[in-house]
Design a binder for this molecule. Structure first.
Ligand SMILES: [Mg+2]
Length: 176
C-alpha cells in the first residue's frame, strides 16, 4: 500500500459514540418530549439539552451510548494500517472514565489500552491527523483536521478543516 502511515487521534463523543441519540433518548424518558435533531442545529450540546449536566453525569450515559454508523468497521481498517489513538477529554466527567473504557472494549475490541488517551485538554495532543466534532479541539491542532458533522457544527463554515459526514467518507479520505 502506498498510503503513508499516520498517527491519528480519534475523538469519542460525537465521532465514535452517538451522544445525540443518547441525550434525546434520556430527554424523552425524563419529559415524554421528543426532541428533533433539526431543532438543535447550531447549539452546543450543553445549550441544546436542558438536562445536559444531569444526564451526562448519570450512570450508563457513556456505557450505553449507541455507536455511530460504520465506525467499528472503518476504524478497524484504519487501525490495521495507520497508528490510531482514541483521544477523549474524559476528565470533564470523571465518572465517565470506566464507562468509556468498557464501551471501547465492547465495541472496539481491537483497540488496546495503550491506544486509549483519556485526558483533560486536547491541546497536549500531538499527532498527524485529528478527527473531532468540536472546533475548540481542532482549531489549535498542528496537523490535518477532520471535522465530523454533528448538529452543533452542521451549519458552521469548516474553515481550514475538512468536513466529513460519515465514517465511509473518512475511509475514502484516509484509506483511498
Ligand atoms: Mg466530541
Amino acid at each position: 500500500m502506498s498510503i503513508p502511515k499516520q498517527r491519528i487521534a480519534v475523538d469519542m463523543d460525537g465521532v465514535l459514540a452517538d451522544v445525540y441519540t443518547q441525550f434525546i433518548r434520556m430527554h424523552r424518558e425524563e419529559t415524554g418530549e421528543e426532541l428533533q435533531k433539526e431543532s438543535l442545529l447550531g447549539l452546543l450540546e450543553e445549550d441544546a439539552f436542558p438536562y445536559h449536566d444531569q444526564h451526562v453525569n448519570s450512570d450508563g450515559f457513556f456505557r450505553n451510548a449507541p455507536v455511530i454508523q460504520d465506525a467499528p468497521e472503518v476504524l478497524k481498517a484504519l487501525n490495521e494500517w495507520h497508528e490510531v489513538f482514541i483521544v477523549s477529554a474524559a476528565m470533564e466527567y470523571p465518572n465517565s472514565l470506566r464507562e468509556k473504557h468498557d464501551w471501547l472494549s465492547n465495541h472496539f475490541p481491537f483497540i488496546t489500552w495503550k491506544q486509549i488517551v483519556l485526558c483533560g485538554s486536547k491541546s497536549i495532543i500531538c499527532a498527524d491527523i485529528m478527527i473531532d466534532d468540536h472546533f475548540k479541539n481542532l482549531d489549535n491542532f498542528k496537523g490535518r483536521t477532520l471535522l465530523f458533522t454533528q448538529p452543533h457544527n452542521q451549519n458552521a463554515k469548516a474553515n481550514h478543516h475538512t468536513r466529513v459526514g460519515s465514517w465511509k467518507e473518512i475511509e475514502k479520505l484516509l484509506l483511498g
